[in-house]
Design a protein around this ligand. Structure first.
Ligand SMILES: C[S@@+](CC[C@H](N)C(=O)[O-])C[C@H]1O[C@@H](n2cnc3c(N)ncnc32)[C@H](O)[C@@H]1O
Length: 247
């Protein structure tokens, strides 16, 4: 599906959230972990989006992607879901030139902002797909192709009636597990205690194995993200959940 068609589908979904519309009309729609708000792009973000995405973006296509060919080398492959404005993503990629990073995000201004950081920092080990990461995983990523998956501060969907929108669900974790190589890591972090417990419970019931006894110490590679910094300012704690696919 093209980004335009994808956006149109998501707009229909937003209409479905209206309490005045009968739910059964939309019963076959997928439950997504995001509501697409286009937000305002700065002129620079728009320019980078228009000029650079064709070069450093991989278009969404419902077909398997050859990751080694996309990055032009064999190196550990790390997928980040929901990089937001991408500051931490760019810093992590710059600090680890030995790894290749694929960032997946739906938010236009964030994609534009990360494009700008990639160009300014001359990063050759970071590529972007602007699309729903669930579909990217399902359709584009070959089984066993990823060494690590980062899910840092996903939308907490803190109202009980919205828990179904949380990205971390049993089916999603099973999908990630299939895409990890043996020994590969799923690393989640959140500043929302209820979501942290939820993640721990779902991952503990999956095929993946905990690398820690409960929550994990923060791995050195995870640099502070924008949402983490905001959460810390509000007095929130931070929880890391790091699970491994058995060998
Ligand atoms: C709360 S923000 C956190 C952003 C960033 N990781 C940080 O810590 O600053 C969550 C981000 O995930 C993105 N997101 C949510 N569901 C997604 C999905 N299914 N595919 C791609 N991006 C998604 C949202 O657009 C949003 O930018």
């Amino acid at each position: 599906m093209s980004v335009a068609a994808h956006n149109a589908a998501t707009e229909t979904e937003s209409a479905a959230d209206s309490p005045s519309l009968p739910a059964h009309r939309f019963s076959s729609r997928p439950i997504r972990s995001f509501v697409l708000r286009q937000g305002r792009l700065s002129p620079a973000q728009q320019r980078y989006l228009d000029e650079m995405m064709p070069k450093i973006g991989i278009p969404y296509r419902p077909e398997r992607l050859d990751l080694a060919a996309a990055f032009g080398r064999a190196a550990p492959k790390i997928l980040e879901i929901g990089f937001g404005m991408g500051e931490a993503t760019a810093k992590i990629a710059a600090s680890h030139p030995e790894n290749d990073y694929l960032g997946v995000e739906v938010h236009g201004p964030g994609v534009g902002a990360l494009c700008k950081l990639i160009v300014e920092n001359n990063l050759t080990n970071l590529l972007i797909i602007r699309h729903d990461a669930v579909e990217v995983l399902r359709e584009m990523i070959p089984d066993g192709a990823l060494d690590r998956v980062h899910v840092f501060f996903p939308d907490p969907w803190h109202k009980a009636r919205h828990y179904k929108r949380r990205l971390i669900q049993p089916d999603f974790v099973a999908l990630v597990a299939a895409k990890l190589s043996p020994g590969g890591i799923l690393h989640c972090a959140t500043d929302w205690e209820h979501y942290a417990e939820w993640m721990l419970e779902i991952l503990s019931a999956s095929a993946l194995k905990n690398t820690a006894d409960g929550f994990a110490p923060r791995p050195a590679y995870r640099l502070p993200t924008k949402f983490e910094t905001r959460g810390t300012r509000l007095g929130h704690g931070v929880w890391d959940i790091v699970f491994r696919r058995p060998q």
